[in-house]
Design a protein around this ligand. Structure first.
Ligand code: GDP
Ligand code: MN
Length: 376
């Protein structure tokens, strides 16, 4: 799970990494109050889980509380690289003397972590890495040893960072280990005119496999994506939220993957991956539909089942049961084939729900679901 910048900052705070004072809000009126509390002049920053906000107009300086309100109003609700801005963070501006880049990332292939650091941080780090790779130091970190002061000094030296950053490098490593993160990235880490080392931005990816030992994590799950995935996990479903509009349910990961491709080939975007598995019951089908229909982005649903161990009549009964509970407001296209397909189709035909239609082939059903989503 990726964290928002404001959540990453909270973690940094906990481990003694300096960050500018800041508050988050989803209201432009409140932004004015916050700016007043922070001293008037503030940086207004879109909270979206993507980088490059600065270049996309998602990071703006406001001279006073009135300007902060106006700027927040301009940024809230906009789209940054496909992510809707639902909240902004207002931070005390900092006089930047120098911008650095530092990150720890899991290097799966090497079975180690990698410290990546550069004295040329800021908005153009990708370009620096592409055009002058020598300006970006890559230092392997042995997970058993970790980033001690000595290792941190080596990283700072390799990247030509001031030795003052050593303490922060050690603390950021503590964040990674204690919070079970797969990535901790700070860009920029700055040296202020007053000589302090501060994290002005933060990107943290937590390891979902370690969720069970972090009771606080529920607090981080604020996005629609996180809510839906948490709801699915609660019900033991294999669900991944995607960016599109066609909800997808299928049995077997391979079938679901190819269903995503076929829907994309029909000019629509899948809203999720959901595999109800081999021995799926009516209950699982109902749970799956419930999760998918809780996603406001979904415009149509494509249920693609090839009955093997899961007999199609069990699937059809699951759909009928879910229709009673969820009362969908969006159309379902169902393709049933394989084991007990005829009985399954008959169950659905008998229910004759106005929002459910059956199409016999996978391609035909995908086309229909895509058309319904695009017309909505
Ligand atoms: P990103 O573009 O999504 O990585 O967003 P950042 O949080 O990194 O902000 C982009 C740029 O805005 C940074 O590289 C800084 O140069 C600038 N910036 C952000 N916060 C401040 C601040 O408090 N003071 C000043 N002077 N610049 C800032
Ligand atoms: Mn940044």
């Amino acid at each position: 799970m990726d964290l928002f910048e404001y959540q990453a900052r909270e973690l940094f705070d906990d481990y003694g990494v300096l960050t500018p004072r800041a508050e988050v809000t989803d209201s432009s009126k409140e932004a004015r109050e916050i700016a007043r509390r922070l001293g008037g002049r503030v940086v207004v920053k879109a909270q979206v889980k993507t980088g490059g906000r600065g270049k996309a107009g998602g990071v703006k300086l406001a001279a006073d509380p009135a300007a902060a309100e106006l700027t927040a109003r301009q940024i809230l609700g906009t789209d940054i690289k496909g992510h809707r801005v639902r909240s902004v963070m207002l931070a005390q501006p900092v006089d930047i003397e120098d911008e650095f880049y530092v990150s720890y990332v899991l290097d799966r292939a090497a079975g180690r972590f990698l410290a990546i650091a550069s004295a040329e941080g800021g908005m153009d780090i990708e370009e620096v890495a592409a055009t002058r790779p020598d300006a970006v130091a890559r230092v392997p970190v042995d997970p058993a040893e970790g980033v001690t002061a000595a290792v941190a000094a080596k990283i700072a030296e390799a990247a030509d960072l001031p030795m003052r950053t050593v303490d922060v490098l050690v603390r950021l490593w503590k964040v990674l280990v204690a919070e079970d993160a797969l990535l901790v990235e700070v860009n920029p880490l700055v040296r202020t005119a007053q000589g302090q080392i501060m994290a002005l931005d933060g990107k943290v990816t937590l390891d979902d496999n370690a969720r069970f030992r972090h009771s606080r994590r529920a607090d981080h799950e604020t996005g629609a994506e996180d809510r839906l995935e948490a709801l699915a996990a609660e019900r033991g479903l294999n669900y991944v939220k995607l960016d599109g509009e066609v909800g997808i349910i299928g049995n077997g990961a391979g079938l679901v993957m190819s269903t995503l491709d076929v829907v994309a080939g029909c000019g629509a975007r899948p809203a999720n991956f959901l595999d109800i598995g081999g021995g799926a019951s009516a209950q699982v089908m109902a749970d799956g539909l419930r999760v998918i229909l809780s996603d406001p982005a979904v415009k149509s649903v494509f249920v693609n089942v090839f009955g093997g161990i899961t007999a199609c009549d069990a699937v059809a009964e699951g759909i009928v049961r879910a229709l009673e509970d969820v009362r969908p407001t969006r159309p379902l296209v169902v393709r049933l084939d394989g084991n007990n397909a005829a009985r399954g189709r008959a169950v659905l035909a008998e229910r004759a729900h106005p929002l459910v239609e059956q199409v016999a082939t996978m391609d035909g059903a995908a086309r229909r679901a895509a058309d319904l989503a695009n017309a909505a």
